[in-house]
Write a protein that binds this ligand. Sequence first.
Ligand code: IDP
Ligand code: MG
Length: 160
Amino acid sequence: QKCACFLVASEVEQTYIMIKPDGVQRGLVGEIISRFEKKGFLLKGLKLFQCPKDLAQEHYKDLKERPFFPNLIDYITSGPVVCMAWEGDGVVASARKLIGATNPLQAEPGTIRGDLAVQTGRNVVHGSDSPDNGKREIGLWFKEGELAQWESVQTPWLIE
Ligand code: IDP
Ligand code: MG
């Protein structure tokens, strides 16, 4: 059996989900991963990682003119994050719904931010906002060989 571990450009939609340092420090890693697992998406990549400043700046480059940008970079690099790649049809938009609004006070109960956070500047989790950004961000945060190629035994019970 060949090792089937590549960083492949999958045909299936993928999103980059990241548990931010506050989520790690607050012991919410299991809870947050569990929401995506239970929903039925496929976990393709997962690691605990201390983000360097230049990567945080690249990831959030569209926000670099915003007044909160320096604080955002300090926040994201303040401790380890959990990097994940999740796959499935419609995963980008669905993950954004599971995560909830940027401001946790406006996020609906039942969403991750709605249930687990109170401030925009400490909103525990990131999710890509488009399939193109999903690809871009997975390419930024994961190296070749870090994504797994596998099939879940649950798939026939999730997808008809
Ligand atoms: P998103 O994470 O819901 O996609 P974006 O607008 O893309 O929201 O902002 C990226 C991240 O920047 C937010 O999740 C939050 O951590 C931070 N952020 C956005 N707006 C503010 C703000 O007004 N004050 C502090 N931090 C902010
Ligand atoms: Mg965003």
